[in-house]
Design a protein around this ligand. Structure first.
Ligand SMILES: C[S@@+](CC[C@H](N)C(=O)[O-])C[C@H]1O[C@@H](n2cnc3c(N)ncnc32)[C@H](O)[C@@H]1O
Length: 310
């Protein structure tokens, strides 16, 4: 009996230790903490094995639509391309993917739409993996670069694309300015991001504050902007061509949170083959995913899409 207690207590202490170590490693401290989080998430292969080459939500035309999660992610890319007007650009147009992950969107933009794409990410390991996955094309290349300090000339691109990178970036105005600076006058800006409700108009209650804090510290986010706030960031940029439109796509994307969890049960081998630590790591994401789902369903979080011109 005594031994049983000691063993249970030790196991419990070990789990707490592992979890607190993992938790500490995920809080946003600087741009380096974002780079190192994504380096780890890339090297442990968990995200890629489980959710494929796109690290973003999927698009579901109707609630509870039966659709493969990976197909929904590809659909999301096409939906944003059409909604933003990026598909009006001719083949061979130069497009920048800011916060490109392991290149899922960039490859569609080059293979399907014929664009010459440069993808940038703050994570060296992601860029390495993006290059490994991109074969038989010289239309798509990747570089390690900070979105807040783009090493391109003013007006270098015909289109700028960014999906779900903004929540990792502390200076949203500089983020908008940099993307618009490298976009040529009349070029297309297409952005999708997780946003929070405007807390100036409606202050958060204590439960909402707790949840929002978890959504920040668990996934290396310094801050979420509101849809209205980021729209103003685009409009206030000296490089903005004059107008910006935003839309809330929460209803099209919210199903993705449930699907993210179901994928673990649909493809158990994708996690099991990575070992016991990966099972713990994957389980650790479930509370955050459920909190995200809750926040989006309550209007606390909103999935904002933005289109503008240089
Ligand atoms: C949620 S992932 C989205 C990846 C990709 N857009 C996709 O949809 O598959 C966020 C991406 O933003 C990148 N990122 C975050 N902060 C960045 C920064 N300051 N500069 C460049 N990339 C950044 C991360 O490295 C990661 O690739």
């Amino acid at each position: 009996m005594q031994w049983l207690l000691i063993i249970s207590f030790s196991a419990f202490a070990l789990i707490i230790l592992i979890f607190s170590w993992l938790k500490k490693s995920r809080k946003y401290e600087s741009i380096d903490s974002v780079a190192s989080s994504y380096d780890t998430w890339t090297n442990d292969k968990l995200l890629e094995n489980l959710w494929g080459e796109h690290i973003h939500l999927g698009f579901y035309e109707k609630p509870r639509l039966k659709k493969d999660f990976r197909k929904a992610k590809v659909d999301f890319v096409h939906e944003l391309v059409h909604w933003s007007g990026l598909d009006k650009l001719p083949k061979g147009s130069r497009v920048l993917d800011v916060g490109c992950g392991i290149g899922g969107s960039a490859r569609i933009l080059s293979d399907y739409y014929g664009f010459d794409v440069v993808g940038i990410s703050i994570s060296q390991e992601q860029i390495k993996r993006a290059n490994e996955l991109t074969i038989n094309t010289d239309r798509c290349r990747f570089e390690v670069m900070n979105a807040l300090n783009l090493k391109f000339e003013k007006g270098n691109f015909d289109g700028v694309w960014s999906v779900e990178a903004g929540p990792h970036i502390s200076d949203k105005q500089k983020f908008a300015d940099e993307m618009l600076r490298v976009l040529r006058p009349g070029g297309v800006l297409a952005i999708a991001d997780w946003n929070q409700k405007d807390s100036i108009k409606t202050p958060l209650n204590s439960l909402e504050k707790f949840i929002m804090n978890q959504l920040l510290v668990q996934w290396t986010h310094p801050e979420f902007s509101s849809i209205e706030g980021f729209k103003n960031n685009i409009l206030n940029s000296p490089y903005c061509g004059g107008s910006v439109e935003a839309s809330n796509w929460t209803k099209y994307t919210i199903q993705s949170w449930n699907e993210s969890i179901y994928e673990g049960f649909r493809r158990p081998r994708s996690i099991l083959k990575l070992g016991l630590l990966s099972v713990i790591k994957a389980s650790r994401e479930i509370p955050t995913i459920l909190m995200m789902r809750w926040a989006f369903s309550r209007g606390l979080m909103k999935f904002g899409v933005f289109r503008s011109r240089g």
